[in-house]
Design a protein around this ligand. Structure first.
Ligand SMILES: [Cu+2]
Length: 153
């Protein structure tokens, strides 16, 4: 079941909260416990794979798993995890990531990332791409991701 994207940062409805979320893309699935914050893509030149990052917030009483990722902007989207083994680091593909009840999961540099490959059209810093995040309760979030240059940390 796909739920309709309902809101943008501007509709958070709380002037105080907005001071913490200014300019950050935010998305909520209607009636869903899960929301996305600070969604962005670290773009790389020459059609190299890009990495997507987002903080997922679960307002519900049960843990939720991110179980599928896809995009109309990329031919292939995968959930990867960076695993360090002493002095070396490697990426492994994972099939789910858990957002704890009343908690957050940071898909952030050094941990999880969304591997974005085979862009279907030209993507450049300043653009917005959309990634669909599907969760174990059936909710789907179609989140806008701000595309940023490689220097972004
Ligand atoms: Cu990767």
């Amino acid at each position: 079941m796909t739920m309709k994207l309902k809101s943008l940062t501007a509709t958070l409805g709380c002037a105080l909260a907005c001071s913490f979320t200014a300019f950050a893309p935010a998305a909520h699935a209607a009636d869903a416990a899960i929301s996305a914050q600070n969604a962005w893509v670290r773009w790389l030149p020459n059609d190299l794979p890009a990495a997507g990052y987002v903080t997922l917030k679960n307002d519900g009483d049960k843990p939720l798993d991110l179980v599928d990722v896809s995009s109309d902007d990329y031919g292939m989207v995968m959930l990867h995890q960076t695993v360090s083994n002493g002095s070396t680091q490697k990426m492994v593909m994972v099939h789910k990531a858990t957002v704890p009840a009343h908690g957050t999961l940071a898909i952030a540099p050094g941990g999880y990332h969304l591997m974005l490959e085979q862009a279907k059209h030209k993507v450049a810093p300043g653009d917005t791409v959309h990634i669909k995040l599907k969760f174990s309760d059936g909710a789907t979030l179609d989140a806008p991701f701000a595309v940023k240059p490689p220097s972004q940390q």
